[in-house]
Design a protein around this ligand. Structure first.
Ligand SMILES: [Zn+2]
Length: 253
């Protein structure tokens, strides 16, 4: 019930106006439907963003827009392809590795930019918001660049404040990992019924980067393991409900 009171789609006009006058913050949770290994739901990024946005609204005020299941990715750079274990001239979009059974619904970069631009314009020009928090669940490099570009432009040209925060990237010791322990445990603590760890092979079999499209932080940053597998410390099979709760609270704090 408390969640519903914070979400724009459940509010009447006078409630939205009152919230705007009393607090003035509006949150936009965003993230694409994206492959996160065979064991996780496609909505990992936007679902985490939504959860964090609602919790922040409960703690510091403001209201939360309906979650936008949109985000972008583009072709990986030769260096990044090498880090993960591909050939430098392969053509790979985001986390859509050839062995995945289902492709992600990434919007093209220019479409994503136009969509986000229009959303920000409407919040400013139609609803009169001066302080917008984009709660972004997705770590794609070009996705982040688009958000930061629009943030800069809007802040300079429209004299508003746009905060870009990310449950994935903004907290101490945060990692640039994909579908490893951290994402698995946090989703486990919010929507435990959506996870099926049995979809991964049993230990001690290692999780190959290219087979599952699960990639740890150090691999993305250029230090893969010799056999291009997920490191023990980031093994999603070690995720628990309790460890997830700890991480989620840390993110919100
Ligand atoms: Zn993710």
């Amino acid at each position: 019930m408390e969640d519903i009171k914070k979400q724009v789609q459940f509010l009447r006009p006078e409630q939205i106006i009152k919230e705007r006058e009393e607090n003035g913050i509006i949150y936009a949770p965003i993230g694409p439907l994206e492959w996160h290994g065979p064991h996780l739901p496609l909505g990992v990024d936007p679902l985490r963003a939504e959860y964090v946005a609602i919790e922040l609204a409960k703690r510091i005020g403001g209201i939360v827009l309906p979650t936008f299941y949109f985000g972008t990715e583009r072709e990986r750079s030769p260096q990044m392809l090498k880090n993960i274990g591909f050939k430098e001239d392969d053509y790979i979009i985001g986390m859509d590795f050839p062995e995945n059974s289902l492709k992600s619904l990434y919007f093209k970069e220019e479409v994503f930019a136009i969509f986000l631009r229009n959303l920000l314009e409407m919040l400013i020009e139609k609803w009169g918001y001066r302080f917008i928090i984009v709660v972004n669940g997705h770590g794609g490099e070009n996705h982040i660049t688009v958000i930061n570009r629009l943030k800069k432009e809007f802040e300079e040209e429209k004299k508003v404040k746009i905060l870009h925060i990310s449950p994935a990237l903004n907290f101490p010791n945060s990692k640039w990992s994909h579908a490893t322990k951290e994402e698995t445990e946090t989703i486990m603590s919010i929507y435990p019924e959506t996870i099926d760890l049995k979809k991964l092979p049993q230990k001690p079999e290692k999780l190959k980067n290219l087979k599952f499209a699960i990639v740890d932080d150090l691999t993305f940053r250029g230090t893969p393991t010799d056999d291009f597998t997920v490191r023990n410390e980031e093994d999603p099979r070690d995720a628990t409900f309790e460890s997830g709760k700890v991480v989620v609270n840390l993110i919100i704090e």
